[in-house]
Design a binder for this molecule. Structure first.
Ligand SMILES: [Zn+2]
Length: 250
């Protein structure tokens, strides 16, 4: 089993470097296929050895091999984020049909985090097709009825829509559609929990960043990473979190 675990990790790292490219090229409205991977500073085409997830960044000391321009740490971050989240989902769910919608949602969350951190947007070009695919998958795969998941999608959409109205733009349109996709996979209860967790972790992280002087009061902070944490944790640990909450507060 350890062999398969290692294989999953390696495959996820490679997927992660692909998601980096997807995020950057979609943000820049470039083709996903052409040109081949190149340094964004000197345009030099990258060697296979420059493309090994995380390791290339470490060995090259975070600089381009050809022009020595710094490489964004967001590259290894995206690779590690993908490896950790896909491995976490795979280990938590195991090999079952349910792994399909949850893995696809995880991919959507990863790309959303990468675009949100870079340019504070969550792209419709990724979210809407994925929302369609997930809705179709939920017709066939799930422990609950399709309607349960559909209501989840509507709850996710409406919750974020209301927050967007109340906060007057504090929540973007991208977040609203992303939460529709989350709801389709999680169902209504866990979707609400996901948002509560995301807000809680986001508030703590915001306070921490303000304390160490990395964030000013009123400065916007990308919510995508917290949506991802809230969603994966409520999916995997939702029941435990709920029982724990009930024990303490009721
Ligand atoms: Zn270069």
């Amino acid at each position: 089993m350890i062999f398969i675990d290692i294989l999953v990790l390696i495959y996820a790292l490679i997927l992660g470097s692909f998601f980096n490219v997807v995020a950057i090229r979609l943000l820049n409205k470039e083709s996903l296929v052409f040109p081949p991977s190149h340094c964004i500073h000197c345009r030099h085409r990258l060697h296979v050895l420059d493309l090994i997830p995380v390791l290339s960044y470490l060995f090259l000391n975070g600089k381009c091999r050809y022009c020595k321009a710094p490489i964004s740490p967001l590259y290894p971050f995206g690779e590690l984020l993908t490896a950790v989240s896909i491995f976490f989902v795979y280990k938590s769910i195991g090999l079952s049909l349910e792994l399909i919608p949850v893995l696809l949602l995880t991919v959507l969350l990863i790309i959303s985090v990468l675009t949100d951190i870079r340019k504070q947007v969550i792209l419709d070009a990724v979210t809407l097709p994925m929302l369609g695919v997930l809705t179709i998958i939920r017709l066939f795969i799930g422990n609950e009825s399709f309607w349960y998941y559909l209501i989840g999608g509507i709850v996710g959409f409406l919750l974020l829509f209301l927050i967007a109205i109340v906060s007057k733009g504090g929540m973007g349109g991208g977040d609203i559609k992303l939460y529709a996709a989350i709801g389709i996979v999680l169902g209504p209860g866990l979707t609400v929990m996901s948002l509560v967790l995301a807000s809680f972790v986001g508030a703590i992280a915001g306070l921490f960043l303000m304390m160490i002087g990395k964030l000013k009061r009123g400065q916007p902070i990308a919510f995508g990473p917290f949506i991802m944490i809230g969603t994966l944790f409520s999916y995997v640990y939702g029941r435990e979190i709920w029982d724990w909450y009930m024990d303490i507060f009721l």
